[in-house]
Design a protein around this ligand. Structure first.
Ligand SMILES: Nc1ncnc2c1ncn2[C@@H]1O[C@H](COP(=O)(O)OP(=O)(O)OP(=O)(O)O)[C@@H](O)[C@H]1O
Length: 971
């Protein structure tokens, strides 16, 4: 049979099939989120373009310098003129081209006048020059007028053949917007040349005496150029890697957060297939992204990319990005919300940027630091990238450098004087740390609690069973930092219900005899589950929430070819029971045997996963994958033979009427469509046990009926466990029903059995022929037919019941079981008098399952309120307030005894359940005298006593034992 558990693949073929399916899923997800994938692959183009722009800007600033060029035939700089003072950086206006001292001498004044007139290309106006008599005056002026003049000349006219002069400049070299100003060349030398020239001319007495001085730099090879890649590249390439980094953390945490990974594990997914599929996919993306980075770098003609070997540069980027992916894998184990991935990415980027900055300053890759520093520093991948880019940039820093070839990768990089680490060493580091991240990712993934709070022990890998696959899959709950505390065992409670007790006996008998009943699919043997509560170690103390007993010993058999319906109010423990059966949460006590395999044994659990299908309470779907793709994926994980997957998926989609929407993304499905897809996934692979947790939630009535048909048909050859809040669904589908409340099975049996046992009795609907033709009464007035009164009277007299519901067309009576023997005569008489009463129709049926459910839930609430001894305040219409135990029905009011009412008065309290299922007072009956046969002192029970003792402010109500009162059917 195709898809039957026997035909399912296992071992290596299954691993490879799961890997292929998951790889395809990753590919599809990437294809569907094109923008993210585009960024992962091509963001390097943008960043390399930015680096290119920065490099061009710096080149243009350095254009005036020949330092970065080969100068073979240097050009002389002839007679540099005195520049206008405005060219000085940071000059303050008004400014002077130069100031001078020695103004007492006519010869000196002539010299200065000539300097100004003969300045090459630009005679200097007198307004731009300022004269002083002495050097001291110049200094005083310079001191009080800083930055108003770039240079000063000090002349001393000693004798006819001797004129001395001095030169003063502000020698501090300054930068402005990337431009460098050297005052020696810009101001001092032109001033010096002009002064000497004019002094010489004056002394010789020839104003046209030729005095030509020129300056020429040495011929030199090009010096180090500025490498944008070496300096700012590390940050930019880190930014490129961050796209994949954030995307990867986001994808892994989303699968965890949405419980998709858990759903796949439940279907039998191997962890190894999961990790390898992500690693392979990201490896390919990283490979392409690195390739594009290098190609874009070459396209923009960077020496870094052109002169270093292609293989060397490509391998560096590939290993770095892969390393960052490994780092992302590891960090994702600590993150539970996918929305945090951007924050984590940003934080890593900032830290990386700063540590790269530190690396650029030479820490710790130099002789002065020990290996320990280098070891610790190299654990963070951005640091290794910064060092590698520095080495590669230095290796191509001048046009003479040929870069690092593949063969030379193990040697010291050119221009790396210290030679602490080679490119090859960096590769080895990147590979080694990647392996460390990957192993840590798997380790942390196992020991950090998953979305269900379950984790493996810290040293799980030391257990031999883990490696042999036998017994090493023990799991624990709570965080690894939890304080140790023992879980108190839940008290053993003997079931009140005979059927539940009987079921327990049968299971125990079969268990003790070691008989495996071939008709039983699942045997639940005293299943108990206690959530340990959270116990976290704070700064100084251990904060603790108490353990919670969610299942308190469940004994039940689920038969083959049958549907067992588990009902119960919210929080009853249904999902917990299912999670125990599917291995999502570890059991605290007891066991479950599914087709002979124990849920407590790892080997058993892996066998069970092959034969169960689960439709979880909440849809666990990828919004970007279509219905068909979901079924293909889960069928592959389950191990269906590849040849049959397409046809099986098609059939499943057909069954749940999703054929037309098969190619639509699940994200655009309606709530009902998603549930149907979840049901189809649960049924795929022909599982022998199907667990459906509220499968029809959100479906319209037509679709729901259709899904009921599917479930009904699916019963053949398998056992189905269904939980639902729809009583109609339970009534229609179930072969047996178990109602749970507060972690215990309260009743078990067929729908009819439960109704007759726990329902209030029979429901009689009496319709009246004249009702619908009657004239509409004035607003607010109840319509009362004379015949209706007679019928009410008839029911009251014969059966002592009043209508539960009434309107102009019908009356509804609830008749208790103890009146059963009167019913035959009663209804035959009623039928005989139909005409007299104007009755058109009489219907008699059992009370509904909903009523059974409500009764059981209320009973459970009463029990727990009684056990806890909680009390509430009842305020009577007379204004008196009395304190009564939660759930008390008949309450005597103390202090109301008088001559008329010797025993006092009492009220009946009506209880309702609030949204959380807790009992709350809905109202109370009018005050009635307490019957004389009631002995108040004897009627108070232990629970009541506890409740009464709790309050001191209000009058304590006296609880009256139900059984001592005459029958009352009003509620
Ligand atoms: N991981 C957990 N840690 C602590 N308590 C839990 C945990 N999971 C469930 N519980 C508690 O166990 C009780 C049973 O929960 P469960 O989900 O089994 O109820 P349910 O019957 O499926 O309810 P519903 O009908 O609302 O789905 C609840 O009180 C719930 O708060």
């Amino acid at each position: 049979m195709e898809g039957s558990p026997a035909a399912l693949r296992r071992g290596l073929p299954l691993l490879s099939q799961q890997f292929t399916a998951l790889f395809k899923k990753n590919l599809l997800l990437a294809w569907r989120s094109k923008r993210a994938t585009f960024l992962q692959l091509f963001s390097s183009l943008f960043f390399i373009f930015l680096i290119f722009c920065i490099e061009k800007a710096i080149e243009s600033r350095n254009a005036s310098s020949t330092a970065a060029q080969n100068v073979l035939d240097p050009k002389p700089l002839v007679m540099p003129p005195i520049p206008p003072c405005e060219e000085k950086f940071y000059v303050k206006k008004p400014c002077f081209d130069f100031v001078w001292s020695g103004s007492g001498s006519a010869r000196v004044e002539r010299i200065v006048a000539n300097i100004m007139a003969n300045n090459p290309g630009r005679p200097i106006p007198s307004s731009k020059v300022r004269s002083f008599t002495t050097k001291e005056e110049v200094d005083t002026w310079l001191f009080s007028n800083p930055m108003h003049c770039p240079g000063a000349l000090h002349f001393v006219d000693r004798n006819a053949t001797f004129i001395s002069y001095g030169l003063q400049t502000n020698s501090t070299a300054v930068m402005r917007r990337g431009h460098y100003e050297d005052p020696t060349f810009k101001f001092q030398i032109p001033l010096q040349v002009a002064a000497e020239r004019e002094i010489a001319r004056t002394l010789i007495g020839d104003p046209s005496f030729s005095w030509t001085i020129s300056f020429k730099e040495f011929a030199h090879p090009a010096g180090d150029t500025f490498s944008a890649i070496g300096t700012i590249g590390p940050t930019f390439f880190l930014a490129i890697a961050m796209f994949s980094f954030v995307f990867q953390i986001g994808s892994l945490t989303a699968e965890k957060e949405l419980k998709l990974r858990q759903a796949m594990t439940m279907m039998g997914l191997y962890d190894s297939a999961y990790w390898v599929s992500w690693l392979t996919w990201e490896g390919i993306v990283t490979l392409l992204s690195s390739l594009f980075t290098v190609l874009f770098g070459m396209m923009f003609q960077f020496d870094f990319f052109l002169n270093n070997s292609f293989a060397v540069v490509f391998l560096l980027f590939f290993l770095f990005q892969l390393n960052m992916i490994g780092f992302a894998f590891m960090l994702s184990a600590f993150i539970s919300k996918s929305s945090s991935s951007t924050t984590v990415g940003f934080s890593v980027f900032i830290v990386g940027f700063l540590t790269q900055l530190v690396t650029a300053f030479g820490f710790p890759y130099s002789d002065t630091f020990s290996d320990t520093y280098r070891f610790i520093w190299s654990l963070f991948p951005p640091n290794l990238l910064a060092k590698a880019l520095d080495l590669l940039a230095k290796a191509t820093s001048t046009p003479q450098d040929v870069g690092i070839s593949w063969k030379r990768r193990t040697e010291c990089a050119p221009n790396d004087d210290e030679c602490i680490i080679s490119i090859n060493d960096i590769y080895i580091w990147l590979i080694a740390t990647f392996a460390v991240w990957f192993v840590l990712a798997i380790y942390f993934d196992n020991i950090i609690p998953n979305s269900s709070g379950v984790r493996k022990p810290v040293f799980y890998f030391l257990r031999p069973g883990y490696w042999t696959g036998r017994g090493g899959n023990k799991v624990e709950e709570g965080s690894i930092c939890s304080c140790f505390g023992s879980i108190p065992p839940s008290e053993r409670i003997v079931p009140d219900d005979q059927d539940v007790l009987e079921e327990e006996k049968i299971v125990k008998q079969q268990m003790n005899d070691g008989v495996q009943d071939p008709t039983i699919a699942v045997q639940i043997r005293g299943l108990a589950k206690t959530y340990p509560g959270t116990t976290n170690l704070g700064c100084c103390k251990c904060s603790r929430t108490p353990p919670y007993h969610a299942l308190k010993g469940l004994w039940v058999n689920f038969a083959k070819d049958q549907l067992f319906c588990l009902l119960g109010p919210n929080g009853a423990g249904k999902t917990t029971a299912i999670n125990c059966l599917t291995g999502i949460t570890p059991v605290t006590g007891g066991d479950g045997i599914i087709y002979g395999d124990s849920i407590r044994s790892p080997v058993g659990m892996s066998n069970i996963r092959r034969i169960i299908g689960v439709c979880p309470q909440f849809d666990i779907l990828w919004s970007a994958l279509s219905g068909q793709e979901h079924l293909h994926l889960f069928a592959s994980i389950k191990g269906l033979p590849p040849a049959s997957i397409k046809s099986v998926a098609k059939k499943s989609l057909d069954e749940v009427k999703l054929t037309e929407a098969a190619r639509m993304r699940a994200g655009s499905y309606s709530g009902g469509m998603k549930r149907r897809l979840s049901v189809a996934i649960a049924l795929i692979g022909d599982p022998k046990l199907v667990i459906l947790d509220e499968p029809t939630t959100g479906m319209d009535p037509i679709t729901r009926r259709h899904v009921w048909d599917i479930i009904e048909n699916a019963k053949i050859g398998r056992a189905i466990v269904l939980t639902t809040h729809s009583m109609e669904e339970a009534d229609i589908l179930s072969d047996r029903i178990g109602i749970m409340a507060k972690g215990r099975l309260r009743c078990i049996g067929t729908s009819i059995r439960l109704k007759s046992k726990f329902g209030t009795g029979f429901v009689a609907n009496v319709s009246f022929s004249g009702g619908i033709n009657m004239q509409t009464p004035p607003r607010g007035e109840a319509v009362v037919l004379p015949q209706q009164d007679s019928v009410k009277e008839f029911f009251k007299q014969r059966l002592d019941v009043v209508p539960k519901e009434e309107n102009k067309a019908f009356l509804t009576f609830v008749i208790p079981h103890d009146k059963e023997e009167l019913l035959t005569d009663f209804f035959s008489e009623l039928q005989d008098r139909e005409e007299e009463f104007g009755i058109s129709d009489i219907q008699l049926g059992l009370t509904t399952l909903e009523e059974v459910f409500l009764n059981i839930a209320r009973q459970a609430e009463l029990e727990s309120a009684a056990a806890e001894g909680t009390s509430v305040t009842l305020t009577l219409t007379s204004g008196t307030s009395v304190q009564i135990p939660v759930g008390a029905r008949f309450v005597g009011i103390p202090g109301t005894e008088d001559a008329e009412h010797p025993c006092g008065v009492m009220v009946e309290v009506y209880w309702d359940q609030d949204d959380s299922g807790a009992l709350c007072i809905a109202g109370h009956s009018p005050e009635t005298p307490i019957p004389p046969n009631i002995h108040l002192a004897a009627s108070t029970n232990a629970a009541v006593q506890r409740g009464l003792g709790n309050s001191g402010r209000h009058v304590q109500g006296i609880v009256i034992d139900l059984n001592q009162l005459p029958q009352n059917n009003s509620h």
